[in-house]
Design a protein around this ligand. Structure first.
Ligand SMILES: Nc1ncnc2c1ncn2[C@@H]1O[C@H](COP(=O)(O)OP(=O)(O)OP(=O)(O)O)[C@@H](O)[C@H]1O
Ligand SMILES: O=C(O)c1ccc[n+]([C@@H]2O[C@H](COP(=O)([O-])O)[C@@H](O)[C@H]2O)c1
Length: 213
């Protein structure tokens, strides 16, 4: 029987929102993942500094995934002073889970389209599979990708999850246009983000006076 796979969801989670949960849960079911590791970035180098501290973002993810079977928090990036790059994280997870365990890196289409700018990005394919969720406003079509990414995208869609790494698997996510940027804007303006935020997150934000509250 083939080994079950482990999902890995990295993100800034500034704050964690409903599309993150939908992404993780949809992927968990679609790819029969035995768990999803949530890995909040500590020091993302590819974007502006997060508005909330690593420990607040970590605490919010902890609240969001509490009592949800199959979801696990990995605080290593958030607790490290090193830049949060995905390849060293995958190398660490390979050591933990061994060479043959299928690992599946989960990403939204926006993150995937930016892959050629990532640190040592080509090494990702020898360390993990990539499951890429659709996201409104981003087209998952080789015709709009950077040529070096399009080549990988076309070639790797036939890969098998039974292998430890190497396939690219696009999947449909129905999570709407929710984004952390828009959630922060709403919160700062005093508008209620409603079901964009998992239970307990708005309370945490208000209690800790995050995002201008
Ligand atoms: N609405 C969404 N649909 C699909 N994927 C999403 C969605 N929101 C976030 N993701 C994915 O979740 C992962 C973590 O995202 P991140 O924490 O940066 O949230 P974000 O909403 O994209 O944040 P920001 O608005 O600050 O850029 C990324 O792979 C991203 O593509
Ligand atoms: O390793 C990199 O160079 C790299 C560049 C951009 C993004 N990432 C990772 O991709 C994940 C999603 O990033 P973001 O900015 O959409 O939150 C998160 O785990 C980041 O650390 C990683």
């Amino acid at each position: 029987m083939p080994e079950t796979a482990i999902g890995i969801l990295g993100g800034t989670f500034d704050p964690v929102h409903s599309a993150h949960l939908a992404l993780a849960e949809t992927a968990r079911q679609r790819f029969a993942l035995d768990r999803v590791l949530w890995i909040p970035a500590g020091q993302p180098r590819h974007r502006d500094a997060p508005r909330a501290t690593a420990s607040d973002r970590l605490a919010m993810v902890e609240i969001a995934i509490a009592n949800r079977p199959g979801f696990e928090l990995d605080a290593s990036e958030a607790r490290s002073d090193a830049p949060s790059y995905t390849v060293p994280t995958l190398l660490r997870l390979r050591e933990r889970f061994g060479a043959t365990k299928p690992l599946v890196l989960l990403a939204g289409a926006d993150a995937f389209l930016g892959l050629p700018s990532w640190h040592r990005w080509r090494e990702i394919f020898s360390l993990a599979h990539l499951a890429v969720a659709t996201r409104p406003g981003y087209v998952l079509d080789a015709a709009v990708m950077a040529p070096e990414l399009a080549a990988e995208f076309l070639q790797r869609q036939h890969g098998s999850l039974a292998a430890a790494a190497g396939a690219i698997m696009p999947f449909t996510l129905v999570a709407g246009t929710v984004s952390a940027t828009e959630a922060r804007t709403m919160i700062k303006a005093g508008r209620d983000p409603g079901d964009w935020l998992p239970p307990g997150i708005l309370d945490y934000i208000r209690t800790h006076h995050l995002y201008g509250t």
